[in-house]
Design a protein around this ligand. Sequence first.
Ligand code: URA
Length: 205
Amino acid sequence: MDDPDAMDGLEVTGCERCPALVESRSQIVNGVGEPDAELLFVGEAPGAQEDREGEPFVGRSGDVLTEALGERGVAREEIRITNCVRCRPPENRDPHVEELENCRPYLECEIDRVDPDLIVTLGKVPSEHLLDRSVAVTKEAGSVHDVRIADTSRRLLVSVHPAATLYDRSQEETFAAALDEAVSLAGVRSEGGGGGDDQSRLGEF
Ligand code: URA
């Protein structure tokens, strides 16, 4: 899928497809990072801080993600990070199906243009959205799937959302194992590096 209206390169500008989100957002939060990244992380939707700063994963869950990447020798700038939905839902509710569908062409376009070796879905919403089925994220974290996205076969790895580690310490290991797998599959490791299923409302973090 290419050229959804209002997409300039990898940036969406001025989209008004979702009236409730146009109301709740202060700005559109586009993906960030390397435009040719081998690793593309896909989250759910911007939270409050992302909405303020105009960048995905800059709140507490972003800190978890950035730190976990750093521990594996991967800088945030080397990879790409985006969301299924680019506008903050009111009160951090989950995006509605029609909002996910409205934003899908932008995500597909970004995936197409970045052409990553591996897509990592962070949490239930992006995992279910891209795999098009229900996903028990904690159970399936670390699993790798071939999935067709916009007529192209893509490799996708399921991960728990980084915010899950903030309210359930037992998810730390699950998240760490998924990231280990992601970094190794995408071959992005540079020098250095070491080492419940409630995945909704994670934008709060
Ligand atoms: N949670 C997400 O899913 N995306 C963000 O950008 C921030 C928090």
